[in-house]
Design a binder for this molecule. Structure first.
Ligand code: PHE
Length: 352
């Protein structure tokens, strides 16, 4: 008996009515177990289970049965169907396929095996240019005897302002374009608007002499444009020792700029104002065309700041500086638009 004939005989059994559906399902199961290939299984399945097949036909006759018998007949029919379906699935599994799309799968198979010629190195990710600038700066300062500190990105008014000699009435607060966090008292918690709060945290926790740099993310309400990002990176420097003066600050800036850019880049200090340094200055570095680029702020640590951290200004002095790392990277790589750093375009980033 061929499989086709087998399917026909099952159909006949069912065509008699509901009688013998169990035997019919058993016969179908036997046939499916004996099927030698997937086509046979598919043909049996089609004949037995499709919408014009014997099971469907038997089902349509349920309506003609005595109402009292209908539920039981329906249940028996469904059980028979379930048995046949699981026999079909078992046959498929035995013959090595989950369904009858095998040919299609074979035809549409994508070969995702990739072979690289031996000469081609696997391309690896790389360090973001801003991160690279940060690491480079850290290395330069570590080479000058500084250690690296970090502070939290969410700060309190004490660390971001008050301890830095910026009381709440001070107009300088307004110049920091601070992003406040809706927590606690109004304007009490904020995203730090500079890395200077790490000066305070360091002086609270360490005995002088202190030589630290503190790189990290800072935030202001700036709208992103070619030269501004609302989230940017600064690096803070703090040196506290005996008999430190403005010449040490100027020399330190000159030394690290030289280490970073080479000896032919010059630096200059311009008088400025910050509440936490006195005197204060802005420092610039020379561009190849002779113009000056403003890099950051600096100055001698204000005696009030030292006192706020329990350091006696009669015994200890120091200088501090802070500047934007992103800006430095822009200048180093001659990038037109600082927003490139946060677009996450691999074509841009892979140039560095
Ligand atoms: N915190 C200042 C700023 O963000 C820079 C600065 C740091 C100035 C240290 C003086 C000393 O503008």
């Amino acid at each position: 008996m061929t499989d086709e004939q087998g399917a026909d005989s099952i159909a006949e059994g069912l065509a008699d009515g509901m009688g013998g559906v169990e035997e019919t399902a058993a016969a179908a199961t036997t046939q499916l177990e004996a099927a030698a290939d997937l086509e046979t299984v598919a043909a049996l399945e089609r004949r037995l289970l499709n919408r014009s097949g014997p099971l469907a036909e038997a089902k349509s006759r349920i309506g003609a049965l005595d109402p009292a018998e209908r539920a039981a007949a329906g249940r028996r029919l469904n059980e028979a169907r379930a048995r046949i379906e699981s026999a079909v699935a078992a046959a498929r599994e035995r013959l090595g396929a989950a369904d009858d799309n095998d040919d299609r799968y074979a035809a549409e198979r994508l070969d995702l095996t990739e072979r690289l010629p031996r000469s081609t190195a696997l391309s690896r990710g790389r360090i973001h240019p801003v991160t690279a600038a940060r690491y480079r700066l850290e290395d330069v300062f570590v080479g000058m005897g500084y250690s690296v500190e970090e502070g939290p990105e969410v700060e309190s008014a004490w660390y971001n302002f008050e301890a830095l000699n910026i009381p709440d009435w001070h107009p300088a607060r307004g110049s920091f374009d601070t992003i406040f966090v809706n927590l606690g008292e109004p304007e009490e918690v904020m995203l730090r608007s500079h890395t200077s709060p790490v000066q305070i945290r360091t002086m609270e926790n360490r005995e002088p002499p202190i030589y630290v740099v503190a790189p990290g993310r800072t935030f202001r309400t700036d709208t992103a444009d070619a030269t501004h990002l609302p989230a940017f990176n600064q690096i803070e420097g703090l040196a506290i020792d005996r008999d430190i003066n403005l010449g040490d600050l100027a020399g330190t800036i000159n030394t690290f700029v030289g280490a970073l850019f080479g000896r032919d880049v010059e630096t200059r200090l311009r008088p400025s104002y910050f509440p936490f340094t006195e005197p204060s200055a802005e420092f610039d570095i020379s561009r190849p065309d002779g113009s000056w680029l403003e890099l950051g702020g600096c100055g001698m640590v204000h005696p009030n700041v030292l006192r706020n951290c329990g350091i006696d200004p009669e015994e200890w002095q120091g200088f501090a500086f802070g500047f934007g790392i992103d800006r430095l990277a822009v200048m180093r790589h001659e990038i037109d638009d600082i927003r490139e750093f946060v677009n996450n375009d691999v074509r841009f980033l892979s140039q560095f």
